[in-house]
Design a protein around this ligand. Structure first.
Ligand code: Q46
Ligand code: ZN
Ligand code: ZN
Length: 312
């Protein structure tokens, strides 16, 4: 297989684009494509301050690297979840995120959940009895809340995450199987800002996971190979496997699935569009973030409960 641009030996082959590239041209192609998606979906401009959520994994570090190479003002945010799982998961991922930032002279904000709220994620989950034994429900809630809080407190216009096409297609697949109209309507490369929350963007949403692995390796980015120990056996991993099977026999199926959905949504073709009733949102009296109840938001209720139990 030869590189389409220079004829040298190709190192990455993208069947869905019928495109093979050598390492050098691949490292040019990825940022060019990212720039194209940033413009196409109107994610942000060069004047806006961007906060990149970094986990220490390949996608978020690759995203930060690309934005930096493209000359955007992008700082990082690392949330210390306090997850060990026998492999020192949080400790190692924080070390790698910090190393990445230090080597490039980039600014990384680190927020440690245990320092902030008294307990690490697994304990918060246990005490608050949410999520049937797995900490993922509480973890998701805390991550969303903290990313919003920090973006707002530190004056970032945009919050960027490293979700790739495999992530997005798996979420779309799950939401479609359940016809979760509200989630379907909110899914996409950009979630506009609302009620004081920063805009959320996913600049890597059209890259396959394997393309991001290839990018991170080719750039020599050191990242944590292990997934979070709690990700094992999750529904999203199961959906990813199903979609990968489909992709093997029909190259490009994943991308088409996602892009056709975005087109249909843009045209207003999704029948769910008409039926959606937007829940009335209020500002949580404690933290100010939007919630659909008159009371505290779910995050603040969870923390209240944890505090009440811990005080006993
Ligand atoms: S939600 Fe669950 Fe993830 Fe949190 S506890 Fe780990 S697997 S990190 S994407
Ligand atoms: Zn080449
Ligand atoms: Zn709140």
């Amino acid at each position: 297989m030869k590189c389409k641009k220079c004829g040298e030996k190709a190192s990455v082959n993208m069947r869905q684009h019928k495109l093979a590239l050598c390492k050098e041209h691949y490292l040019e192609w990825v940022p060019e494509q990212t720039e194209r998606f940033i413009k196409k979906y109107e994610m942000f401009t060069r004047d806006e301050k961007i906060l990149v959520a970094v986990s220490g994994g390949k996608d978020s570090l690759a995203l930060w690297d690309i934005l930096h190479r493209l000359g955007y003002q992008a700082d990082g945010l690392y949330l210390g979840l306090g997850i060990d799982g026998g492999i020192g998961y949080s400790h190692e991922s924080q070390r790698l995120a910090q190393k990445f930032a230090d080597e490039r002279g980039l600014k990384l904000h680190v927020v440690d959940i245990e320092k902030e709220y008294g307990q690490p994620i697994p304990v918060l989950s246990e005490i608050s009895h949410r999520g049937h034994g797995k900490p993922c429900a509480v973890c998701g809630l805390v991550k969303r809340h903290e990313m919003n809080r920090i973006a707002r407190d530190l004056g970032y216009a945009v919050l960027a995450t490293g979700h790739n096409l495999d992530d997005e297609a798996a979420v779309l697949f799950g939401n479609t199987l359940n016809w979760s109209s509200e989630y379907l309507l909110r899914q996409g490369p950009v979630l506009p800002s609302s009620d004081g929350l920063a805009r959320k963007v996913k600049p890597l949403c059209r890259f396959y996971e394997r393309e991001m692995t290839a990018y991170a390796l080719a750039r020599g980015i050191e990242y944590i190979y292990e997934e979070c120990p709690y990700a094992d056996g999750s529904q999203s991993i199961y959906y990813k496997e199903l979609l990968n099977q489909l992709e093997t026999t029909r190259p490009g199926a994943k991308l088409t699935f996602y892009l056709r959905f975005l087109e249909a949504r843009k045209r207003g073709d999704l029948f769910i569009e008409q039926n959606i009733e937007h829940a009335h949102l209020h500002a949580c009296p404690k933290c100010g973030q939007p919630t659909s109840t008159d009371d505290y938001c779910s995050f603040c209720r969870m923390i209240e409960k944890v505090n009440a139990v811990s005080a006993k």
